[in-house]
Design a protein around this ligand. Structure first.
Ligand code: C2E
Ligand code: MG
Ligand code: MG
Ligand code: MG
Length: 259
């Protein structure tokens, strides 16, 4: 792979050669600052090209069933990490991004349940993030999404505000959380529109018994506005960047609210 796009074969080889690794970004409670979870973000460290971002390799993996292999590898690796954190008295929720393509892999909820059992991590500790852009798929795949909930996992609607999901249908979908897209959150302290949209999303989430999480918090000012609007959780570079598993543990231990 040089200038060209990676092919599915490049990705299959990269999984076999252990070129993928995971970064973990903290998610905190807005009022207490307590660490409540991490979002798992996949990275590909290519021997020549350096770090390839998910925006490049996820769409390629989605073209074939390779996305299922990749997702399985990601969940397995994240659960292994969760057991290491647990040994250090850190028990937090683990949010995994899944593609709409994964939703047509009907066995995925069972597979994740089996992996949770293997690593002795309760399914309640897993959150499945799915982006709002795929809401049309989601209506048809609602049953599959519900099966994650039936297994005890949480389901989070990612990047909310950027797609076209029907607000009228939201209450029929099995979400436990809405993530407010970073395009609103990052300038929430400067833009009246962003603030108004964020406020409405938080109220919508609460009216439907869901939690709200603001992503892309890049300043204390933005975090202050989320607190004022009653947002439950927050995530972003200002709070903590995506980091390696051992680094995340040190980060957590250095906080006054640990464990
Ligand atoms: P996402 O799920 O919305 O993840 C958040 C993205 O925002 C991450 O980018 C994260 O590094 C970045 N971010 C976090 N805090 C800030 C901030 O304060 N400011 C800014 N500007 N950015 C921030 P990343 O890691 O490049 O991931 C991009 C997208 O790729 C993710 O968006 C997700 O949709 C997808 N993705 C990442 N890992 C996976 C994966 O394992 N599987 C699948 N299917 N998709 C993944
Ligand atoms: Mg996400
Ligand atoms: Mg997001
Ligand atoms: Mg995003």
């Amino acid at each position: 792979m040089t200038e060209r796009q990676p092919t599915p074969r490049d990705i299959a080889r990269a999984i076999d050669r252990d070129e993928f690794h995971l970064a973990y970004q903290p998610q905190v409670e807005v009022t207490s600052g307590r660490l409540c979870g991490v979002e798992v973000l996949a990275r590909w460290r290519h021997p020549r090209l350096g770090v390839v971002p998910p925006s490049i390799f996820v769409p390629v993996a989605e073209q074939t069933r390779l996305i299922d292999r990749l997702t399985e590898w990601i969940v397995r690796t994240a659960l292994q990490q969760a057991t290491e954190w647990r040994d250090a008295r850190l028990e937090i929720s683990i949010a995994i991004n899944i593609s709409p393509a994964n939703l047509t892999f009907f066995e995925l909820p069972d597979l994740l349940t089996d992996l949770c059992a293997k690593f002795e991590v309760p399914p309640q500790q897993l959150t499945i993030e799915i982006t709002e852009g795929t809401a049309q798929h989601m209506v048809s795949l609602m049953d599959n999404l519900s099966r994650f909930r039936l297994k005890g996992m949480k389901v989070s609607l990612d990047d909310f505000g950027t797609g076209y999901s029907s607000i009228a249908r939201l209450h029929q979908l099995p979400f436990s959380e809405i993530k407010i897209d970073q395009s609103f959150v990052s300038d929430i302290h400067r833009s009246r529109d962003s603030r108004a949209v964020t406020k409405a999303i938080i109220e919508l989430a609460h009216a439907l018994d869901m939690t709200s999480l603001g992503e892309g918090v890049e300043s204390q000012e933005a975090l202050d506005v989320l607190a004022e609007l009653g947002c439950d959780k927050a995530q972003g570079h200002y709070i903590g960047r995506p980091m390696a598993g051992d680094e995340l543990l040190r980060w957590a231990q250095s906080r006054p609210s640990f464990p």
